[in-house]
Design a protein around this ligand. Structure first.
Ligand code: SAH
Length: 390
């Protein structure tokens, strides 16, 4: 087996069991390893540190599969997948949830979302791609599910030297799947929707918004297919306005509303740019009792953090202005480059510049099916705050 030898004193993060080996920490590769193949990670002093997937094209040169000097093979992967699946036992009654959450489940680069009887997988890294067929067979063995679809159409694959891929992997998965989330029905477009089709990480947060929406005029910004909107309406909102830039997402949102008996005139869908639409509402002095901001990743990595901070500040400032007294702001960041303390600082700055007095009444994150391994803090990507305007 080939070995990746680290430079002196570069083993600290691996000793803390952080799974990533950056190219800057690597002295050399001893032996030959193809893309995605397993290598031993060895310190400059010659100690064994980890078994890892080799990714020669990426600045994350290797990702640890594990910390013991035991082979990485189908049995090893079966144990990892089985543990992840067992840990979701409490989701037995939940229709749609994340079954495998990559690094945080000890399977770097491999995501599996379960929508009813369909699995949608996303492969992000060379190591996960190398074991793809093995992992698919294991998933069938462990879940009994026969219909599997791939949504590996993500930019980050380029960094790993991988092409984007989508399509049926096994069985005959339908293009669209209906799921139920806290008694609300949603159609999920697994072939054309975002990510694997639905933002499963916000399940509990959508439910919570439903519970806070009663008698409020709700503005749901970055609505996608109406997740927060439909929960808000079901929770007794007076009106709901959903904004998204994607016509297809809004179209499915309208269908989802109808599916839940909400095809009423107090449910509006606006195709537009949130940054501009919020300014139009400000200029026309329109106000709302609840505003939800769930934008896409403004900063995937630390390098875009300043630009992202300006984006978050802008929309949160406008939202604070548009809120009625006693109004609720539900605001998120899913940017890896913006951590929770920074996000809170940005929102505080937005309130200050809007001359608004507000409190945090809840701090939110992703659901329990998107766990954060303690040795992998990068897994805590979703940050949310519920703020109450005075
Ligand atoms: N809250 C949603 C998920 C939001 S994902 C849910 O619970 O399902 C982010 C959404 O923002 C996507 O649907 C994307 O189309 C939309 N989007 C991205 N940039 C936008 C912009 N500038 N204005 C409006 N919508 C935007």
């Amino acid at each position: 087996m080939a070995s990746l030898i680290l430079k002196p004193d570069r083993e600290k993060s691996l000793l803390r069991r952080h799974p990533w080996v950056f190219s800057g920490a690597v002295a050399r590769l001893d032996g030959n390893a193809g893309i995605g193949e397993t290598v031993d990670i060895i310190s400059a002093k010659g100690e064994f540190l980890a078994k890892a997937a080799y990714s020669p094209n990426s600045s994350i040169r290797a990702r640890a599969w594990g910390w013991l000097d035991t082979p990485v093979d189908a049995d090893y992967l079966r144990a990892k997948l089985d543990t992840a699946i067992q840990r979701r036992a409490s989701f037995a009654e939940v229709d749609a949830y994340r079954l495998i959450h990559a690094e945080s489940d000890g399977v770097p680069g491999f995501i599996v979302d379960k929508y009813g009887d369909v699995l949608v997988i996303q492969i992000l890294t060379a190591g996960a791609e190398y074991w793809k067929e093995t992992i698919i067979s294991l998933l069938i063995e462990l879940t009994g599910i026969k219909d599997i679809y791939e949504r590996s159409d993500v930019e980050v694959r380029k960094l790993e030297g991988l092409e984007q891929k989508t399509g049926v992997l096994r069985g005959n998965p339908p293009e669209k799947v209906e799921i139920t989330e806290y008694e609300i029905r949603f159609i999920v477009d697994i072939t054309n929707g975002h990510k694997t089709g639905f933002y499963l990480d916000q399940r509990e947060n959508r439910h919570m918004v439903g519970q806070l929406a009663k008698d409020r005029d709700v503005l749901n910004c970055f609505s996608y297919t109406g997740g927060f909107s439909i929960h808000a309406m079901a929770g007794g909102a007076k009106s709901v306005m959903s904004i998204d830039s994607s016509k297809e997402a809004l179209k499915l949102g309208v269908e989802n509303a109808a599916l839940n008996g909400q095809a009423s005139s107090n449910h509006e869908w606006l195709e537009g740019d949130v940054f501009q639409e919020l300014r139009k509402f400000r200029d026309s002095r329109r106000d709302f009792g609840m505003i939800i901001l769930d934008p896409p990743k403004f900063a995937p990595t630390r390098s875009q953090v300043n630009k992202a901070a300006r984006g978050y500040k802008d929309i949160n400032l406008l939202a604070f202005k548009l809120l009625q007294p006693g109004g609720v702001l539900v605001t998120y960041s899913c940017s890896g480059g913006v951590d929770a303390p920074l996000f809170q600082k940005i929102v505080a700055g937005a309130a200050l510049d809007a001359s608004v007095d507000a409190q945090i009444i809840r701090k939110l994150s992703q659901g329990a099916d998107h766990p954060v391994a303690l040795n992998f803090p990068e897994g805590a990507y979703l940050k949310g705050l519920i703020c109450l305007k005075a």
